[in-house]
Design a protein around this ligand. Sequence first.
Ligand code: WT7
Length: 636
Amino acid sequence: MSNYHIKHLEEYWQVYRKSVRNPENFWEEIAEEHFLWRKKWNKVLSWDFSKPEVKWFEGAQLNITENCIDRHLATRADKTAILFEPNDPNEGAQHISYRELHERVSKFANVLKSQGVEKGDRVCIYLPMIPELAVSVLACARIGAIHSVVFAGFSATALATRINDCDCRMVICSDGSYRGKKTIDLKSIVDEALENCPGVTTNLVVNRTGGKVTMKEGRDTWIQPLLDAADATCKATIMDAEDPLFILYTSGSTGKPKGMVHTTGGYMVYAAYSFKNVFQYRENDVYWCTADIGWITGHSYIVYGPLANGATTVMFEGVPSYPDYGRFWEIVEKHKITQFYTAPTAIRALAKENLDYVEKYDLSSLKVLGTVGEPINEEAWHWYNDHVGKKNSPIVDTWWQTETGGIMISPIPYSTPTIPTFATLPLPGIQPALMDEHGQEIIGNQVEGRLTIKFPWPSMARTIYGNHERYRDTYFSAYKNMYFTGDGARRDAVGYYRITGRVDDVIIVSGHNLGTAPIEDAINEHPAVAESAIVGFPHDIKGNALYGYITLKETGEDRNQDNLRKEINQLITDRIGPIAKLDKIQFTNGLPKTRSGKIMRRILRKIAGKDTGNMGDTSTLLNPEVVQEIMDNALV
Ligand code: WT7
């Protein structure tokens, strides 16, 4: 039992050491004690990173929805499983109990079956953050269909690429979606995508907005009448532990997205275990992760991790700025949220606004704050800590990736002392290593290198759908017998990890390695700065020089840009050294971001390097219009 819920730092180290000494025993104990298996495994782990091949709990059988729903019915049938908070606060929240979830998932699964979906089929889900999204994900898992959720902010082109890449024959979408003041016509995006998806035979449509849609005869069907007529029980299809559970696309260094394949048994064990520990989840908590289920964060820490623990998990349909910038905090007060998990980009956006928006609400229910997705800068960390957590809720800076399936490096709240911008320590079972440029592991502390993982963990992706070679080349060829993360990290004197960012963002200036994150941290300390991104550009003498794109806070006052440039460079000089000073500083109204909130530095690098002939794939940008603005005003 103690392996499953860590309560203090000494215990963390005990559990960690045990997990590394004998990983098979460690995970076997957890898997045995906390989950429902229809058949036990023959072997806990077999692996070979050179192929690469990884199998956890081979021979075991289970259905993940029995673990996430059915087994809670005896003790938690009336407990809220999903707490839905709609875009419009006046619409009122919905509390979906475990009993109701069971019924809704069963009905949905029966509809899928009646439409011809079978075990192993891929089903594309393109839905906004409404209960049907979680329900359809679980319905696929119920019958062994492989879900491929595509974030409902992606364009028709991006959607079509993802549908075709894994040969989906069915798409589940809604008529429209609400985001703040906007109503988005999702169905016509799907219609456009499906023009290029000849393999799709069925499109099930959820009614959300009641907007006008065109239904294509023979292909498009409203799902509600089918649900109403469906049987409320559906026997779970028994899966092998290594059967695929879902595909989720992530962007790579090339234009073609990678369909990461996650399997059933190991993923379930790790998502549940990491959820319980990283959020110190207790029975009556109300947990809220603000991510979209279209991302891995939503898969593991809105749906599977929380539900496998019988938790109450919040699904929020809206945006942090609607009806006003206090919405997050209003929801925290209203539902007495105990764990709140969000992204640094959201924190920075809210920190720009008036403090009244936060101070107006009672946030005393909060026990743990989380962040994920990119390195959090010191300023944002402190704002989160001071104004949201009131210095009373530990911040878990959780490092992980779509590929890792679950959180890899993170403090255990109330156990691991936190330091701003440090993801701190690996979770039990995770064996990180830092590598130098010659492919050697860097031993000891106070060192920096490329972050790799040297032993398998249960929730790692098993392949890229339809392209195992790319999987091997991308993740297992840089360092022999290691999974390469693509990130750089520093290990400090006590062994804490600080993620320094993608290694392709390290810029070598006059032979000095400079990470973009610490420079951006320094710049962001300037009171006028809202956000910044640094890239390198070719320089005759230094090899590379630094180009900074900076957005300013809206204060209404006019500022002298030359003075600002001087002040910013002085700050960098103070914090890092004159070597990190920026050669060029461009003030801009926005930074190009992916829909998951990451700054697309690739584009900024091209502009800084006067290489704008081919901008590559920009279809995943949230705000493509800023690219033109930045190009028009580029300092070249
Ligand atoms: C990349 C993975 C995993 C959920 C969302 C992102 C960066 C993620 C952190 C963090 C610093 C972080 C890394 C990683 N990243 N979390 N806490 N500190 N960097 O998933 O889209 O697959 O991106 O996000 O660079 O490699 P993803």
